[in-house]
Design a protein around this ligand. Structure first.
Ligand SMILES: Cc1cc2nc3c(=O)[nH]c(=O)nc-3n(C[C@H](O)[C@H](O)[C@H](O)COP(=O)(O)OP(=O)(O)OC[C@H]3O[C@@H](n4cnc5c(N)ncnc54)[C@H](O)[C@@H]3O)c2cc1C
Length: 568
């Protein structure tokens, strides 16, 4: 069924497979070394090529790329990182006040603990960076990392074993790692302004869903930012300001913030803090879609994990391919599921002044949870609103006028600065480096990436994607997928055929669509344990990872449950 649905998309792909051997190589198809260290690496690559060791590229040095480098270190991968530092969003997409939203033990590699893991405060972005640097040093990952090396283009050069047709790309006949070069990766560095190419048998894409490519609103002519006499910045530009510049951008200025997700909320608090004092101005948030926000990781004194992160709590929720009995149980349990969501909604409405400020969403809490959109509120958010330093306006559409922004009811808001916390376009980021026809296959008709086990696109051979499915802790989600990928590349198990992979991804997407209207974020948080169980089974691990039945039912699952067991 899925193959049929994708038939039209596949035609160019089949053509590519037929014509690939005829494609001329670019003039500079070998990697040109540009420093002594890189020359050494190039010699190493040549040695590996001669010895038949497959060459693996990892693109991106955030948590996903680091986890991939650690799990694939037996393949001596090359990790290309565009910027001058590892850490991804924690380095390049964070404000002064950005903190992790999950407790430390939930955002922790299975084999590298936080030094202060019992500290109940949420770590700042600099603490997270320090932790990630510690991880890279502990596992000697720096030797794989090429900083300031941006991948600008990727070409498919594979053929050989895939020439029998796309159904054999993966699965029994296709092998995850190509027999010869499958991809050519073009990189640029500050030291060289020409694109330099190197070949790989396998590529892992870890370039992140957030950061780099802003999601910018579009406007009719004459109603866009060109009309506005003040300053317009996307949150990505704001991240680049130092503390002093950020403060002076907002101090004593009329600031409008577009958006109501985590970045918008953090920005509003920074704006309010910059406007303490007599010349302070209120900052106005313009909100299209409301989301539930929570003040801390507990609801009415009960730890948050009890509601969604235990086997028992996830038993209430639909999961892919669940069979007749579980479907019936899920149907019968739906009042309980709604009850849990309503309990959280009432608790939040009671605790926070959501009704006072018109901030109570109309959709159930579970829909935000199931789309990974639940934001943790900074402690002083409503205190600043109570002092009049943060104001709220609802508007489904808006545009600029010379003095600020106009809302859908024609209200004119005056502004000196408009900050766009309108998110990022991670899929566009991927599309900008991938070649056709793969670029066109990235998302399916529902706008979601069909990734088997959140990692493998059934129609993109010899490539994996890490960091594209989300859950409560993305570090856990990415690390487990890297462990799974490592075992796949070692040949511990095989991928099913393309059709079976599409059936699995289709079933997951259907569950997400039935659970939340915001399904395009590709979040698996209501069935994350089931997702991990399936991966464990494929890896030959036991899927029930706790010491007792009680713990299985009532305690949360996190990375510590997926530690390597030498016997496995
Ligand atoms: C403000 C903010 C707060 C967040 N808070 C949480 C949280 O509390 N809990 C949680 O679980 N998740 C949170 N997230 C989600 C977060 O994105 C993930 O937790 C995680 O850090 C993503 O890691 P990643 O490695 O997949 O991607 P990224 O961190 O985005 O890393 C991608 C890396 O790839 C590099 N890159 C991009 N393009 C190229 C290229 N062409 N060539 C070479 N390198 C390239 C980038 O420079 C970057 O270093 C937050 C995200 C943001 C933006």
């Amino acid at each position: 069924m899925y193959i049929l649905m994708h038939f039209t998309c596949l035609l160019p792909f089949v053509c590519l497979l037929i014509y690939t051997p005829l494609m001329p190589c670019p003039p500079s198809t070998t990697f040109v070394p540009f420093s002594e260290r890189e020359r050494e690496r190039e010699r190493e690559r040549e040695r590996m090529e001669k010895s038949g060791t497959p060459r693996v590229a990892i693109i991106g040095g955030g948590i996903s790329g680091l986890a991939a480098a650690k799990e694939l270190r037996w393949l001596e991968p090359v990790l290309f990182e565009a910027t001058d530092s590892i850490g991804g969003v924690w380095r390049h997409c964070s404000f002064r006040s950005t903190r992790l939203q999950t407790p430390r033990p939930d955002y922790e590699f299975s084999d590298y603990q936080w030094a202060d893991r019992n500290d109940p405060t949420f770590p700042t972005h600099s603490e997270i960076l320090e932790y990630l640097h510690g991880y890279a040093t502990h596992f000697d990952l720096w030797r794989f990392i090429e900083l300031e090396t941006k991948v600008v283009e990727i070409r498919f050069v594979g053929h050989g074993e895939t020439k029998t047709g796309f159904t054999d790309l993966w699965g029994d006949k296709g092998r995850p790692i190509a027999d010869g070069p499958a991809w050519e990766v073009g990189v640029v560095t500050p030291r060289s302004n020409t694109v330099q190419w190197c070949k790989f048998e396998f590529v892992v894409m870890c370039i992140g869903k957030y950061g780099d490519v802003p999601n910018l609103p579009t406007f009719p002519r004459g109603k866009g930012p060109e009309t506005f006499l003040g300053k317009v910045l996307h949150s990505l530009d704001y991240c680049k300001l130092d503390d002093e510049a950020a403060k002076s951008l907002m101090k004593g200025k009329k600031v409008v913030i577009i958006g109501y997700k985590k970045s918008a909320i953090d920005l509003a608090v920074e704006c309010a803090e910059a406007n303490h004092g007599t010349d302070g101005q209120p900052c106005t948030m313009v909100i299209r879609t409301l989301h539930w926000t929570v003040p801390s990781y507990s609801i009415s004194g009960l730890p948050f994990f009890l509601f969604f992160s235990t086997r028992l709590s996830q038993f209430l929720h639909e999961r892919p391919n669940q069979g007749l009995f579980r479907s019936l149980a899920c149907h019968l349990l739906s009042p309980l599921r709604r009850g849990v969501s309503r309990f959280i909604e009432s608790s939040l409405t009671w605790k926070l002044p959501l009704e006072k400020y018109g901030l109570k969403p109309n959709h159930p809490f579970v829909e935000d949870y199931a789309s990974c959109q639940m934001a943790i509120l900074p402690e002083n958010f409503f205190a600043e609103a109570d002092e009049g330093r943060i104001a709220f306006k609802r508007s489904s559409r808006w545009c600029f006028w010379e003095g600020g922004v106009v809302l859908d009811d024609n209200t004119k808001l005056e502004a000196d600065v408009v900050l766009l916390a309108t998110g990022f376009d991670g899929k566009q980021k991927l599309k900008s480096v991938l070649p056709e026809p793969f670029r066109g296959l990235i998302v399916d008709s529902s706008g979601v990436m069909p990734l088997y086990r959140g990692t493998i696109h059934p129609l993109i051979p010899h490539m994996a994607f890490v960091g594209y499915v989300e859950s409560v802790s993305n570090l856990h989600t990415s690390e487990l997928r890297c462990k799974w990928l490592g075992r796949l590349l070692r040949g511990h198990f095989k991928l099913p055929g393309t059709g079976a992979m599409f059936r699995q991804t289709g079933a997951e997407i259907d569950v997400m669509k039935r659970t939340t209207r915001f399904y395009r974020r590709h979040c698996i948080s209501t069935f994350s344990i089931n997702h991990s169980d399936d991966m464990c089974e494929e890896m030959g691990w036991s899927s029930w990872r706790k010491r007792s039945w009680l713990a299985e039912l009532f305690s949360a699952y996190n990375n510590q449950d997926y530690k390597e067991d030498e016997s496995q």
